[in-house]
Each structure stands twice: as structure tokens, then as C-alpha cells.
Design a protein around this ligand. Structure first.
Ligand code: AKG
Ligand code: FE2
Length: 521
């Protein structure tokens, strides 16, 4: 997710103090009084629109809604019905009559109602409003879901009754040219020849095999679990948010830092299948010792080991909970992407050091300027134990005397945590941004899978047809080091509904897959 890169320039602050909000965007100024809403699409609940209030009306493309009479107010904290409109007027809505409607720029009212036109402006508006309110000691306006909207807005300009708004905004209309630049692949990068059902595209880098590091993904619909940054307190609160709620976290203590969308890897509320009774095996799995890896471990290649069902259920639950907590905090999950707008089809968070497909390793990432959270000690211990057990396996299977020649040990100082929703994936790539020494020594990547299973591909070349496939299930640990350190690998697909029921029940992880890859820089 790119930062919501609005500005809080002196000019915009000044304008705000006159009672309005002026955003310079290209040659035009857009005036917005307060941010009031975020709108998501029905099938594809990514953040697409942020609305502003100006005067007593709310503008959405060409639609004008009179706030005084026609907008329903509902408490913001409650559960969302996906098809309803939910509006919360700004805390300072009482003063919104100060600005005459006539001063609204024509462009704001009449400009073509396309998401590619409005979206960047409204994102800017959102960010600027937040910062401005913050500067003025006003509550930071809470973003919230305002029903579902299918790309095209109603064409009429007349004020709409609330009921009409709702019907129009929930109506199924087919997107045309209007997917917006952030979602469109440059033609030469498009891999699968067209839009996916969710309106996004898959990209593939045109880089040659040997120059390819992890960089070939696409735009993931961001069904974020979300909430808002507390108005009076910008410090992080870790909490669970309703599925598909849009939320933002402040990216640090500096007030001009961007707000970043949050992603909750867990669902809030109870799952429907509450009648589910755990099997005895499942109950035991929470407590029993790791399987005997001599029986369950597999050597896929020299230096490449798969430890099936290695992580117990209770440890998986702990990992999910820890990642949820860290993922909602500073330096937490975000959707990485590239300058041209292409996005990876996953959410990512880094522990220990930060890595991003565009910037590679760096102290702080540009999306939120946060330092990464540290790697929790119990994660590191688990990795070390998995390596030791792999060594035992290699010794047993190969009779190798110096197992470290085949699979070197390592102490992880970086962990890249990925969350794939069920339509997530990751193209074939090599992990080779670690230090030359680390790569030369073949210090392994240790990968832990939790949640839904993944079809994992690996091979010598970046060639999907020749790649081998292995199923990575919840609790599996895959290790690739030594001669296999720089294999090409990727995630072909996530298998829906394949996560262990006990994990769903105890950790309430959302549909999808959590993967942690540990490395030593
Ligand atoms: O999700 C996976 O199994 C692989 C992740 C990966 O390759 C990476 O983060 O570099
Ligand atoms: Fe990788």
C-alpha cells in the first residue's frame, strides 16, 4: 500500500484555518471541508474512495448529498452490513456551513466521475484532513465504510435521498475504463492477458532469470481488516477490527508522517462453525512434542528440507497472535508494490530489518518510515530448533558427517512475514538481497507456513513449466540453504478452506496463509 501521500504544506494548513480545505493537485485546487467516508467495492473490498464534506453537502463525483437531511448517521463501532451505507459526519460538522457552496471549484462538482481522477485526490484529501485536524487539536476523522460501490457512480447531479443513494451505490455496474492507474499493468508486464475477476491484474517482471529477485507480483485486492487511528491519541492501539473495515495507523510520532492502511490477519467475532468439536488428534496436537522429524522430514534437494507438521498447533496459534499484534502496529503489514503501481499479491511485514521489493533492505521503509519490530525470541528459538532437527535428518538420511556443508546453520536477524489471502500468490523469484557473505555461505532461508495450504513451486530456473511443486500445509517448515539457497521459488496458489479447524477456532486467522521466512543478513 502506498502511503496516503497528502501534504500538510503551510498553504493547506492556512486554508484550513480559514474554514476550508484546499488541496493543490496539479494545477487545480480541490476544496474539502472534512473527510467523511471511505468506500469499498462489493466484490473487492479495497479502499477506493474517500469522501469529503464541503459546506453542508457531501460530494461524491457528481453526486451531492445534503448532510442536513439525507445522510443517515450510525454509530461507527458497530458491525457493518456490507450492503448498507454508513455515514458519520465529522466531529466538527456543526461549523460546516461557513463556506458557501458557490466557492466549490467546478472541477470538484463536475469533473468526470472516474476513480482514476478522484482517487488520488481523495487520498490526498484524506491525509491532509487528518494532519490538519491533528495540528489543530481536532479529532482525527475516522474513516469508515460507506457501503459498496461498483466503480461507476450515478450520473445525476441532483441531491439524492438517502434511499436513492443506497440503491445507486450498491447497484451492480460493470467497470469500464475506470479501474484507475494504480491498478493497471503496463501492457508489457501483463502476464495473464486481462483483468482478473476481481479487477486486478497479475504482473510479471520482464527481468531476466538472473536479475530477478522477489519482484514479480501484482495488485492484490486489499480486503483489509481495519480501523482508524484514535482521534486523541495517535499511538497505536492493538485491537481487532471487523473484516473489511478500513483503518489506518499513524506511522510514527511525527505528525507529517503518512497514515498507513492496516491489515488484520485475524477476523474479529466468532466463526459460524462454533459447533465444531476438535478431534482427539487435534486436541493432542496442541500440546504434544514436535513429530519425530526422522519420520516426517523430507529432503527435497541438497540443502532443501521439508519438515511436515513441525510446528504444533499451540505454537501456530501463538505465532498468529503475535503476528497479528505486530502487524497492526508501527512497521506492520502493508501491501508492497512498485513505483508504477504494480502490487504484490500479499501483505507484508518485516521483523528485525526491513525489506521491500522496491527498496530492498533499508533501515526504514518509505511507506511509513517505521523501524521494524524485532524478531520475537520464541520465533528465533523455533528456527534454530528446526535447523538442528534438519541437521539430524540429513545426518540420518545421508550419513553426512559434516551436515553444515549441506545445510549451514544460521541465526536469523530478518524475518519477512507474508500474508496471502486466498487469491494471493507470489511469482517465482530468488531471495538474494541478503549480504554477499550470507549468500556465498548458503545461509538458509527457514520458512514457516500457517493457515491455508499453499502450492509452492521451486526450481533451477524461473520457469513455471519446469518448476517442481510441493504442498505447504499449516505447521510445515521448509528450509533452503547450501546449494539450494538461491533456488527460484514462489507460491502458485492458496488452497481455500484448508487451514486446520483448530487454528481457525483458536487464533481466528482470516482465510489465507501466513508465511514467515527467516534469514540471516
Ligand atoms: O510464502 C512463501 O512460502 C514464500 C515466501 C517467499 O518466498 C519470500 O517471502 O521471499
Ligand atoms: Fe522468497
Amino acid at each position: 500500500m502506498k502511503p496516503l501521500s497528502g501534504t500538510t504544506s503551510a498553504a493547506s494548513r492556512q486554508t484550513m484555518s480559514e474554514g476550508g480545505f484546499k488541496l493543490r493537485s496539479g494545477k487545480k485546487d480541490v476544496q474539502i471541508r472534512h473527510l467523511v467516508a471511505v468506500i469499498t467495492e462489493k466484490q473487492n473490498p479495497r479502499l477506493i474512495w474517500v469522501l469529503g464534506i464541503y459546506d453542508t453537502a457531501l460530494y461524491f463525483g457528481r453526486t451531492r448529498v445534503d448532510l442536513r437531511t439525507q445522510v443517515e448517521r450510525r454509530p461507527v463501532g458497530g458491525p457493518r452490513d456490507g450492503a448498507s451505507i454508513q455515514v458519520k459526519t465529522s466531529p466538527t460538522a456543526d461549523s460546516i456551513t461557513q463556506l458557501p457552496e458557490s466557492s466549490l471549484p467546478t472541477s470538484f462538482r463536475k469533473k468526470r466521475a472516474s476513480s482514476s481522477y478522484w482517487r488520488p485526490k481523495l487520498h490526498q484529501a484524506y491525509h491532509a484532513v487528518q494532519n490538519s485536524n491533528y495540528d489543530k487539536g481536532l479529532p482525527v476523522v475516522e474513516p469508515f465504510v460507506m457501503g459498496h460501490f461498483e466503480s461507476r457512480k450515478p450520473a445525476n447531479c441532483k441531491p439524492l435521498l438517502h434511499k436513492e443513494c443506497m440503491e445507486n451505490w450498491t447497484e451492480k455496474e460493470h467497470p469500464t475504463e475506470d479501474t484507475g492507474p494504480l491498478l493497471r499493468a503496463p501492457p508489457e508486464q501483463r502476464l495473464d492477458g486481462g483483468p482478473r475477476d476481481d479487477g486486478s491484474f497479475q504482473f510479471e517482471s520482464s527481468a531476466s532469470d538472473n536479475s530477478t529477485s522477489k519482484q514479480d507480483e501484482s495488485s492484490l485486492p486489499t480486503n483489509f481488516g481495519k480501523s482508524h487511528v484514535s482521534s486523541s491519541n495517535r499511538r497505536f492501539k492493538h485491537q481487532s477490527y471487523p473484516e473489511h473495515m478500513v483503518g489506518f495507523r499513524s506511522s510514527g510520532s511525527g505528525r507529517d508522517l503518512p497514515m498507513v492502511e492496516t491489515f488484520d490477519i485475524c477476523l474479529s467475532g466468532r466463526r459460524k462453525s462454533s459447533k465444531y468439536k476438535p478431534s482427539l488428534t487435534e486436541k493432542n496436537n496442541g500440546n504434544k512434542l514436535e513429530h519425530c522429524i526422522i519420520e516426517t522430514g523430507q529432503m527435497l534437494r541438497p540443502g532443501m528440507v521439508l519438515l511436515k507438521s513441525y510446528v504444533t498447533l499451540s505454537k501456530q496459534v501463538n505465532i498468529v497472535k503475535k503476528c497479528q499484534e505486530l502487524g497492526l502496529g508501527p512497521g506492520g503489514f502493508y501491501q508492497p508494490g512498485y513505483q508504477d503501481g504494480a502490487k504484490l499479491r500479499l501483505q507484508m511485514m518485516c521483523l528485525g530489518k526491513r525489506w521491500d521489493p522496491q527498496t530492498k533492505y533499508e533501515e526504514r521503509l518509505q511507506n511509513d518510515y517505521c523501524e521494524p519490530p524485532g524478531i520475537p525470541n520464541d520465533f528465533s528459538l523455533l528456527v534454530k530448533k528446526a535447523l538442528e532437527d534438519s541437521h539430524a535428518l540429513i545426518m540420518e538420511r545421508d550419513g553426512a558427517r559434516n551436515v553444515e556443508d549441506i545445510l549451514p546453520g544460521m541465526s536469523p536477524d530478518i524475518c519477512i512475514v507474508n500474508f496471502y489471502t486466498t487469491n494471493g500468490r507470489l511469482g517465482l523469484h530468488q531471495d538474494r538481497d541478503e549480504s554477499p557473505q550470507s549468500l556465498d555461505r548458503g545461509l538458509p532461508v527457514v520458512s514457516i507456513s500457517i493457515g491455508d495450504s499453499a502450492e509452492f513451486l521451486y526450481g533451477d530456473k524461473r520457469n513455471y513449466d519446469k518448476a517442481e511443486k510441493v504442498l505447504l500445509e499449516s505447521g510445515d517448515v521448509l528450509i533452503f540453504g547450501g546449494k539450494s539457497r538461491q533456488i527460484f521459488h514462489g507460491v502458485k496458489s492458496i488452497i481455500p478452506n484448508s487451514a486446520p479447524p483448530g487454528l481457525l477456532r483458536k487464533a481466528n486467522i482470516r482465510p489465507g496463509r501466513l508465511n514467515l521466512t527467516f534469514r540471516q543478513f
